[in-house]
Ligand binder design. Structure first.
Ligand code: HEC
Length: 420
């Protein structure tokens, strides 16, 4: 007994000494400075969007920029509102993720409490904004919108469809797909689809709320999601020896969300395609788990309700997943997708705890995720069609059903994969 008490006393003493040493070394170490400690975090994670002509509402480049907004930056990083990243990192991590570490968030806080020291300009590094996996390679094929689109000055979000005939002479395999917004300030996000029916060419420039968009029900796109883009996102790219096929003479369909503007501006966005190099051993395919796979309910979202839907997809081959892309509209509140193997192991794909329509993208895995034959892929999504959902586009809420319009709803999970 006495031995134990002694031991505890000894441990306490060591702890006290350790704590004192710690504070001493913290006092001795120099205060954090902008050029040495903070600029690398900001330039890597914030400047890609917060610079002239990009989506961020102000610049975060210089000491002045960052120091002026310092308290705000502490707040938005602590709450993880910025940089925008929807997927829950405790569930799954990705190649294209942009997230601050806890240490980086703490450094920003410490720098502000220590008085926002600028430090020595000699420590300043050149602003090295990541440009994606292909900084050197030029696209093989580049398709601009047919003509510039004039974004209205009505001060409202605007969703438009565009159709770009490619006139490709043969089926083509892609290694990467990139979207380059023409108007970097107002193009908020975009999504690329493909169509081989050539029956929806007249949608050019149409609003997503135009009833003609229902044509998509008659002529569904071949690929509902070739690629989804939000500001700051890299191109999607596929592993060596694989390629995503686009068909001969395919039309590319662009769905662009323009942010509200008080002045008329033009947009001429471009889709860049990089052809797969070398021999294609495996074709990149997609599975789209849609509303049709919902088992627990009909896909209806009555006003003033918060329904939950579960879709199940049975896998009849072993696949290796490259990327996933979830999709819902404004009523979506949470989204989760995972596989359950025949041995009942759960393979996490994606979890978004607080869905935000504005930050949809494809999530590319660091390593291919293998899902064995006989597994089921499960998608769980909840919606909030009450007046308490600030994103609800209709007030007072009304009954909502499936549709392409942003005032209707969808529930999709796209998986880009190769067969094992
Ligand atoms: C992917 C692009 C992107 C990245 C990366 C990004 N931002 Fe932003 N940021 C935006 C956009 C767009 C807005 C305006 C819309 C909004 O507030 O949601 C914004 C708004 C803000 C705001 C104002 C928030 C408000 O409520 O008005 C702050 C502060 C901010 N960002 C700081 C940062 C910091 C700090 C980083 C890096 C740690 C960062 N942002 C990274 C795009 C980005």
């Amino acid at each position: 007994m006495r031995k134990e008490v002694l031991l505890i006393k000894l441990l306490q003493a060591i702890l006290v000494i350790a704590l004192q040493c710690n504070t001493l070394s913290a006092q001795k170490s120099e205060a954090l400075t902008f050029h040495k400690d903070i600029a690398p975090i900001i330039h890597q994670n914030c400047t890609p969007c917060h610079q002239p002509g990009k989506a961020g509402p102000f610049n975060l480049i210089t000491y002045q920029d960052v120091s002026n907004k310092a308290d705000f930056i502490v707040y938005v990083t602590k709450t993880r509102y910025m940089p925008p990243w929807q997927a829950d990192p405790s569930y799954q991590t990705y190649l294209n993720e942009r997230l601050l570490t806890n240490e980086e968030i703490a450094s920003i806080q410490t720098w502000v409490t220590q008085g926002k020291k600028e430090g020595d300009k000699k420590d300043a590094q050149s602003i090295d904004v990541p440009t994606g996996p292909y900084p050197e390679r030029k696209p093989d094929l580049s398709f601009a919108m047919r003509s510039p689109f004039t974004i209205s000055d009505a001060g409202k979000d605007d969703y438009r469809f565009f159709n770009i005939p490619t006139h490709l002479a043969e089926d083509t395999y892609l290694e990467a797909i990139e979207f380059v917004p023409g108007n970097k300030r107002l193009v908020h996000h975009s999504r690329i689809m493909t169509d081989t029916s050539h029956m929806v060419r007249h949608i050019e420039g149409l609003s997503a709320n135009d009833s003609a968009i229902w044509q998509f029900n008659k002529y569904p796109p071949l690929d509902r999601f070739l690629y989804g883009w939000v500001p700051g996102n890299f191109p999607i790219f596929f592993p060596k020896g694989t390629g995503k096929k686009i068909n001969k003479d395919v039309d590319l369909i662009l769905n662009i969300h323009y942010a509200p503007s008080s002045v008329q501006e033009e947009d001429l966005s471009v889709i860049n395609l990089y052809l797969a190099q070398g021999k294609i051993e495996k074709e990149v395919k997609t599975i789209t788990i849609t509303e049709e796979y919902i088992l627990n309910n009909r896909f209806l979202i009555p006003k003033n309700t918060k329904p939950y839907f579960e879709a199940v997809y049975l896998l009849d081959t072993t696949i290796e997943v490259i990327a996933v892309m979830p999709h819902m509209h404004y009523l979506g509140s949470s989204f989760k997708a995972y596989a359950i193997t025949p041995e009942k192991t759960e393979i996490p794909l994606i979890r978004i705890n607080k869905w935000d329509f504005n930050w949809q993208t494809s999530y590319q895995f660091k390593e291919l995720v293998q899902i064995p034959k006989g597994s089921i892929i499960k998608v769980e999504a909840s919606y909030d069609n009450t007046a308490g959902n600030p994103a609800n586009p209709t007030f007072p809420p009304r009954d909502v059903q499936y549709g392409w319009n942003t005032t209707s709803e969808m529930m999709n999970l796209v998986l880009y994969y190769i067969e094992k």
